[in-house]
Design a protein around this ligand. Structure first.
Ligand code: GDG
Length: 461
């Protein structure tokens, strides 16, 4: 049986090394069974094309379509990233709704479905990823597809009182019912989804939120928290401690403890709030921490064409400048902000050298950085994860991390202090606990659980 994966962006066929856990996990699945990876090429053309471009590599057909400038503006920047992304992360003030965005979203999904329906074979198993492509199964069914089709949402599903701000929410919810299986990162997301199905569509939902029925349609629902490849992350991290970049960081630290954060530059990641919490930490512990630690924040540029993202950089630069200005001395600069994407191997090496991982999103589907930070630690002298309780990862990692409320600067500041001063024995116990959780749910296990549930050979979790 062939697997056909749909996602907004399709990774470059040659991008195996340097790719994150998700891309690797899906790629492994596709090359095992033979498959197709279908989506946007990332390029913008004058017009949509009739035939997709296909590159064959590793038993996989990387099948991509270009989008037009209007598609890019109204579907990608517009509906996906200025409507669904803020709405699903409960940030309504960042939502920029236009009717034209909605119709373009539908039209791009129809375009993908038309081209995909031409290449689907009867026995294919179809797996659609994320908020860009929610209506894809319905669009495929309209074109005669009778396949098993699963959907996985990488971001949170909002509570009903937030979801109801979406004008065409009923229509969007109906399109979910064209799937055989809908998967979420956490049980809470599945519950929010079921609430919306009941309240907006009057669907009948099982008590454990594992199934919904509306008329003739039945959809199975489950939570499938995404994992990482623990072994290869640990190995890459270890190897990159002593590369040129790793050594440079060690030299720059001069024995000081390292607090690290690494995020896409996105308002959901809580960076401004994190900087303010760091300032509280300095205010409270300035004398004790003088020249003893450095906070390094790496922010990879992201979605620079969306207006909401343009202001954050300036805001972060102003905050970092102000905090350092208030606390700098001739021998110590407490924080460093790096506004670039760092190569994955180097980043994992940095994680391995860090004493504290500071990951405080305001809301996050999962947050793979948190998991990668844990996997990058050594058992002899593990660092401590300070993690937002609003990230999906908190659900799994629980007390193995120092859970903090990202809206409470005092709480985050004390989390940083506790992490920096935590005795070795406690750090080891927490790390062992976290590592067991990660090993029990790797990227491979996540993918196998989802596909087994889609095939109906096990019950969704
Ligand atoms: C979405 C959901 C969910 C970060 N900075 C750099 C860099 N990264 C890598 C990390 C990690 C990935 O990017 C980010 O993944 P996250 O999970 O943290 O966040 P999103 O991008 O928002 O992903 C999220 C995820 O989908 C999967 O389902 O967990 O909740 O929002 O792998 O290491 N990589 C490189 N340089 C950087 O500077 N190379």
């Amino acid at each position: 049986m062939r697997l056909v994966v749909f996602s907004n962006r399709v990774p470059a066929p040659t991008a195996r090394t340097g790719a994150g856990g998700l891309a690797v996990a899906l790629r492994d699945a596709l090359s095992e069974s033979g498959g197709v990876w279908f989506g946007w090429s990332g390029s913008r053309a004058v017009e949509r094309t009739g035939t997709p471009s296909v590159v064959q590599e590793d038993n996989i057909s990387f099948t991509t379509l270009p989008l037009t400038e209007e598609d890019f503006k109204e579907y990608y920047c517009g509906y996906a990233n200025s409507v669904l992304w803020p709405l699903f992360h409960e940030r309504l003030h960042a939502m920029d709704y236009r009717d034209a965005y909605r119709s373009r979203y539908q039209s791009v999904n129809d375009y993908f479905a038309t081209r995909a329906a031409e290449i689907l074979q009867p026995e294919d198993l179809v797996w659609v990823h994320d908020y860009h492509l929610i209506p894809l199964a319905a669009a495929l069914r309209q074109r005669g597809a009778e396949h098993r089709i699963g959907f996985f949402l990488h971001i949170p599903f909002p509570p009903y009182d937030v979801f109801r701000a979406l004008p065409e929410r009923r229509r969007l919810l109906e399109t979910f019912l064209a799937y055989d299986l809908v998967g979420f990162q956490t049980p809470l997301d599945a519950r929010h989804f079921c609430d919306a199905l009941v309240r907006d569509l009057g669907a009948r939902v099982d008590e454990d939120y594992s199934r919904a029925e509306l008329g003739e349609r039945t959809v199975r629902i489950g939570s499938f928290p995404i994992g990482i490849d623990v072994e290869s992350t640990a190995q890459t991290a270890m190897l990159n401690r002593s590369t040129r970049e790793g050594q440079r960081l060690t030299r720059a630290l001069r024995g000081r403890q390292l607090v690290i954060g690494a995020d896409r530059l996105d308002y959901t990641k809580g960076l401004v709030e994190r900087f303010q919490a760091f300032e509280i930490f300095l205010d409270n512990h300035r004398d004790e921490m003088d020249d003893q630690m450095v906070y390094l924040q790496i922010t990879a540029p992201s979605r620079e064409n969306v207006e909401e993202y343009q202001d954050i950089t300036l805001q972060l630069e102003a905050e970092a400048g102000r905090i350092n200005g208030r606390n700098n001395s001739i021998y110590w600069t407490p924080m460093r902000l790096i506004e670039q994407q760092v190569p994955r191997d180097t980043l994992l090496g940095y994680f391995s050298l860090a004493h504290v991982g500071l990951i405080t999103p305001l809301r996050d589907g999962m947050n793979l950085v948190a998991k990668e930070f844990v996997a990058a630690q050594t058992s002899e002298d593990p660092g401590v994860l300070v993690l937002s309780s609003m990230a999906g990862a908190a659900d799994e990692l629980g007390d193995s991390a120092l859970l903090v409320n990202p809206y409470n600067g005092d709480h985050v500041a004390e989390g940083i202090y506790r992490a920096l001063t935590m005795p070795l024995e406690e750090r080891r116990a927490r790390w062992e606990q976290a590592t067991t959780v990660l090993r029990d749910n790797t990227a491979d296990i996540w993918r196998e659980r989802f596909l087994a549930a889609l095939l109906g050979t096990n019950e969704p979790g």
